[in-house]
Write a protein that binds this ligand. Structure first.
Ligand code: NAP
Length: 345
């Protein structure tokens, strides 16, 4: 089978530009179609990068014969609708994080992928980074013994603008869905089924809400039956140190800028036992694209590194956190249920 992937982009905005930089650095990968609500914006995107890509609506790109996989790069409330356009056409989908706005949408999207026998993967790019894979290896080999605590913080200051994607409830704004999902993804790597299994941990959360009603800061504590805990912070109203620290009975792991980590440090017996450096090939978004290529070659419908069940379970946890802090989006009939999607059967 030929190598590489012909990509169609839906929503040529900020993250689509970063993704395109990664694609440009990968042999065999190419952006062959750009879909926008306004053709002029797709033309401008192509011109910036000297692409000869087709230009069309989201529907046209999702059904184009020149596309193997569609990258959904629209704001969160569009993910289900836009991914569905492609999945119904039998096109593989890499969908930006968070996979959807809530678990009802995530279940619907994953079900559609299964029904159509087509690949769907959340673009939780951190999960595919070589540094993250090294941490996964250390955890699996018992290098730190039993994980007892994770502390992770991701926060930056985005000036308050009620119409911006980060603060507008219509666009599912808030720190939790935008960047809290990275802290939860790392917690899933460390605690596995204890976080994503049916029981789930006890959750405590304190939050500060913006004038638009979305969360601008969350401090989340996950308490597991074993006594282990995760302390996660996400904020769009302040700068944090961006570190993650995993404490285990036999050792510890430190990650700087954990969601875009290029270095992982292992501590054992009170000393720094290993430092692993992983410079990016491009900007880090390439590793998720390489995973999509590998999965397409195998004919898989999900990634073993980030199965549908994990994306759904983490959306359930985020629904639960939003219930605790009272953040409901205007298009939800209740927290966790989008009016047009409804409860699962
Ligand atoms: N992986 C990462 O590191 C990362 C970083 C940032 C964001 N993201 C994720 O990527 C998604 C997009 O974020 P972004 O920062 O790239 O957003 P953005 O630049 O504001 O929007 C992306 C594009 O979506 C299209 N769009 C469709 N419906 C829209 C609507 N109702 N309002 C505004 N734009 C709409 C627009 O393109 P057209 O109108 O031209 O079609 C827009 O340019 C989010 O889900 C976010 O969580 C991921």
């Amino acid at each position: 089978m030929k190598l590489g992937v012909r990509w169609g982009i839906l929503g040529p905005g900020a993250i689509a530009r970063s993704f395109a930089t990664a694609i440009d650095a990968l042999e065999g990968h190419e952006i062959t179609a750009t879909g926008s609500r306004d053709p002029d914006r797709a033309v401008a995107f192509n011109a910036e990068r000297n692409y000869g890509a087709e230009v069309g609506s989201y529907e046209q790109v999702a059904s184009s014969d020149s596309v193997d996989a569609v990258y959904v790069a629209t704001p969160h409330p569009g993910h289900l609708e836009h991914a569905s356009l492609a999945l119904r056409q039998g096109k593989a989908v890499l969908c930006e994080k968070p996979l959807t706005v809530n678990a009802s949408e995530a279940r619907a999207m994953c079900e559609l992928a299964r029904e159509n026998g087509v690949l769907l993967m959340e673009a939780m790019w951190s999960r595919f980074l070589p540094a993250t894979r090294r941490v996964e290896g250390w955890l699996a080999s018992g290098a730190i013994g039993e994980p007892r605590k994770l502390a992770a913080s991701f926060g930056f200051r985005a000036p308050f603008d009620p119409k911006s994607r980060l603060y507008d409830p219509e666009l599912a704004g808030g720190s939790l869905l935008d960047i809290g999902c990275y802290t939860l993804s790392l917690a899933a790597l460390v605690f596995g089924q204890a976080l994503i299994g049916t029981e789930g941990p006890e959750i405590e959360v304190t939050a500060e809400l913006a004038p638009t009603g979305v969360d601008q800061h969350c401090n989340i504590v996950l308490r597991f039956p074993s006594g282990a805990e995760a302390n996660l912070q996400c904020s769009i109203d302040r700068q944090t140190d961006h570190t993650a620290a995993i404490q285990g009975t036999e050792g510890g792991i430190a990650l700087d800028e954990f969601w875009r980590a290029r270095r992982a440090v292992l501590y054992r017996n009170s000393i720094r036992a290993a430092t692993s450096e992983f410079p990016f090939l491009a900007n880090g978004y390439e590793y998720q694209a390489m995973e999509v290529e590998r999965l397409l070659r195998e004919g898989a419908i999900e990634s073993p590194l980030l199965p549908h069940a994990e994306s759904i379970a983490l959306m359930e946890r985020m629904d639960e956190i939003r219930r605790r802090i009272g953040v409901q989006y205007p298009f939800e009939s209740t927290i966790g249920v989008t009016e047009t999607v409804g409860e699962p059967n």
